[in-house]
Write a protein that binds this ligand. Structure first.
Ligand code: PTJ
Length: 252
């Protein structure tokens, strides 16, 4: 039992949920390691959505609203932490949802899809025979995608993704949007838009941004995402972290 007044109650509850879903087979043990890394970067950005993340989210929503075929790629950690918000966001912006796992097995595909269906999804791609297409240049199970999903997508939104797969999707001509707390990861560096923020904050915020931005016309939406510069924004994330650490060290 985590005491109600524990200062890090929320964070401990999230850990408990990941462990529980690992026991149910949706999350892999490596996902716990990835989460620990994420927690560390979250500390560095003050465990709050900063300006660089807000700008990246606005560009993301604008891009998705002007996409022909947007797909949200969901792995074990994403489904464990944000299934409800992912499903609500996908519904609002008309995006498909596809299970795409680094450590793929049929049992895990089903376990992750089940979390999404429990959260209200009407359709989940990438399970079993549906993941029958392959991403060239990637090997083993990591290359499988759905011909009705990622293979066909013009825009792919993903989180906690491996660098090789991000690079392969970009080479395939996909517009890749990554949610990654680590601004230095290969995924963060290679994506077209990187949201350096915790995915538990990202989806609720993007839901309200979708309401706000859907009032803009197509030209205005295109201006929002086309004027976004990912490298500059990643630079701002790193400067924010470094300035914050300098400030914190002065306060000691
Ligand atoms: O479910 P699977 O089989 O697809 O496997 C998923 C994991 C997460 C195990 C796999 O994709 C993996 O090994 O990821 P990495 O290479 O460890 O990358 C995870 C990245 O996500 C790191 O840069 C973390 O800082 C970041 N991260 C961790 N938790 C969060 C996060 N970013 C945003 N929100 C989080 N909650």
């Amino acid at each position: 039992m985590i005491p109600e007044n524990h200062p890090r109650r929320q964070s401990l509850l999230i850990r408990e949920r990941l462990v529980e879903l690992m026991e149910r087979g949706a999350v892999v043990p490596q996902g716990l390691i990835a989460h620990g890394r994420g927690e560390c970067f979250d500390y560095l950005i003050g465990e709050a959505t900063q300006g660089f993340a807000e700008r990246a989210m606005r560009a993301t929503v604008a891009r998705i609203l002007t996409s022909e075929y947007p797909v949200i790629s969901v792995n074990g950690n994403m489904a464990a932490l944000a299934a409800k918000d992912i499903v609500a966001f996908a519904e609002k912006v008309g995006a498909k949802i596809e299970v795409n796992l680094f450590y793929r097995s049929y049992e895990r595909e089903k376990a992750v899809a089940e979390l999404l269906y429990e959260a209200g999804a009407k359709e989940v791609l990438g399970v079993g025979d549906d993941a029958s297409a392959t991403i060239p240049e990637l090997f083993s199970e990591r290359r499988r995608v759905s011909p009705r999903g990622i293979l066909k997508a013009d825009t792919v939104l993903l989180g906690l993704e491996d660098g090789d797969r991000t690079e392969a999707l970009v080479r395939l001509g996909k517009f890749v949007i990554a949610i990654d707390l680590n601004p230095l990861s290969r995924t963060a560096q290679k994506a077209n838009i990187t949201i350096v923020d915790n995915l538990t904050r990202v989806f609720p915020r993007m839901l309200s941004l979708a309401d706000e931005l859907s009032k803009l016309n197509r030209q205005e939406l295109e201006n929002v995402w086309k004027s976004f510069d990912n490298r500059k924004n990643l630079g701002e994330a790193l400067r924010f972290i470094s300035d914050r650490l300098v400030q914190l060290s002065k306060d000691l």
